[in-house]
Design a protein around this ligand. Structure first.
Ligand code: SAM
Length: 283
């Protein structure tokens, strides 16, 4: 009955659901966003804890099941189900996002949330363990990578809970972790695309020190070329460095992080830090 391609692994341990609710610090006044409610095991307790729940679910069969489960109950008027792909809909206002998501959307979803305005208080999300560990990794940790740097640029992240695979039906092949993501406000005033270009270079090659990366001829000539482009642009366009709309900028970062898969792709790729129009014509 469950679609593997939609990442359908249902939370079957009620104690775990309780502990996710408790750790997420939901207030009775909160509008809660849930992505991928499935059959509604988490939804039910979110409704008990907050003011209302907006649940975005891709699978029409799950939407039917949810409606069946909640119709006629006192909770039903505080639940709004949106059927569709979370990436194709404009998210409504919410205070907090709590979700057990399909792991293949981890990276794009994280950056979609971080680009959302107005800012929400926090997101409490179940991820594949490895992905969670990368999110929270600190400089010097083996798992510290482009994902860690870019997420922590935009948010404070904490590991909340380790979750074994047997808490789900059917059990996934990997263990999981619940992570809390709290957007930073205000964000540092930088050009995120330019920043990401630099971060890509830093994490380009496994097991290379920054010192050796920035002695490479190819890297140095790329930086020099970009610098010349920048100078030329500044001459022609005095207000080059003015800040672009931050939400737009964060979205751009999110799109470039969208390819950050969880299956063996560690985000270290060999793309250059070419300055293209989008990076330079930020106004
Ligand atoms: N939250 C439920 C639970 O914990 O028992 C189900 C979790 S299951 C891991 C993920 C759910 O997300 C599935 O119901 C799946 O249909 C839904 N889903 C998958 N891709 C989605 C997308 N792009 N947008 C919205 N929902 C999606």
């Amino acid at each position: 009955p469950f679609h593997k391609s939609k990442g359908q692994h249902i939370l079957k341990n009620p104690l775990l659901v309780d502990s996710i609710i408790q750790k997420s610090g939901i207030k009775p006044t909160d509008v809660i966003l849930e992505i991928g409610p499935g059959t509604g095991n988490l939804t039910k307790k979110l409704l008990e804890a907050g003011k209302s729940v907006i649940a975005v679910e891709l699978d029409p069969r799950m939407v039917l099941e949810l409606q069946r489960r909640f119709q006629g109950t006192p909770d039903s008027n505080r639940l709004k189900v949106i059927q569709g792909d979370v990436f194709k809909c404009d998210l409504p206002y919410f205070d907090i996002c709590v979700a057990n998501i399909p792991y293949q959307i981890s990276s794009p979803l994280t950056f979609k949330l971080l680009a959302h305005r107005p800012l929400f208080r926090c997101a409490v999300i179940m991820f594949q363990r490895e992905f969670a560990m990368r999110l929270v990794a600190q400089p010097g940790d083996t798992l510290y990578c482009r994902l860690s740097v870019n997420t922590q640029l935009l948010a404070r992240v904490n590991h909340l809970l380790k979750v074994g695979r047997n808490n789900f039906r059917p059990p996934p092949k990997v263990d999981s972790s619940v992570v809390r993501i709290e957007p930073k406000n205000p964000l540092p005033p930088i050009n995120f695309k330019e920043w990401d270009g630099l971060v890509r270079i830093c994490f380009n090659r496994k097991n290379k020190t920054l010192g050796s990366i920035f002695r490479q001829k190819t890297v140095l000539s790329l930086l020099e070329k970009n610098y010349r482009t920048l100078l030329a642009l500044q001459l022609s366009q005095q207000d080059f460095s003015d800040d672009m709309d931050t939400a737009v900028a964060v979205s751009a970062l999110g799109e470039s992080m969208g390819d950050f898969g969880i299956d063996g792709d560690d985000g270290r790729d060999d793309e250059d830090m070419e300055m293209d129009d989008a990076a330079t014509n930020s106004k």
